[in-house]
Design a protein around this ligand. Structure first.
Ligand code: HEM
Length: 107
């Protein structure tokens, strides 16, 4: 089964717009990564004020390969290689295995 890796971002209220704009202009490289299955930027509404960067992968190896290569390019933030000042003040990664899943019926 797939694995889910969630990057949990602490974002000060005044930085939210900047964060969303940065994701709006994101590199778009992850879509091409082997074993990539899904991405969502989740904006907090209730229960937390942390943004979640939800990613889903075929397996641990696929995630690791992305982290060791394309992930770095996708996090350059544009410009001359030095990362622009991050909008988030903190981050941590949560890891899950997909234990069960369902999708809507198609018929
Ligand atoms: C130091 C911790 C991290 C911070 C502060 C951070 C923040 C960001 C920001 C602001 C962007 C938008 C593009 C940019 O401005 O560079 C981005 C892109 C992205 N981040 Fe992170 N990130 C971190 C680590 C991670 C990790 C560990 C994951 C994996 C779960 C992840 C998943 C993604 C994905 C999938 C994208 C889109 C890349 C693409 O379109 O190719 N990030 N991140």
């Amino acid at each position: 089964m797939s694995v889910v890796k969630i990057n949990v971002l602490t974002v000060p209220a005044e930085q939210r717009e900047a964060l969303e704009q940065r994701f709006g202009a994101r590199a778009g490289l992850v879509e091409a990564a082997d074993g990539f299955e899904w991405f969502e930027l989740l904006r907090p509404v209730e229960g937390t004020d942390q943004y979640l960067v939800y990613t889903r992968w075929r397996d641990e190896d696929a995630f690791r390969a992305w982290m060791e290569g394309p992930m770095k390019a996708a996090h350059q933030g544009g410009g001359s290689g030095e990362r622009a000042r991050p909008a988030a003040t903190g981050s941590e990664v949560w890891s899950f295995e997909v234990a069960q899943q369902a999708a809507p019926k198609t018929d």
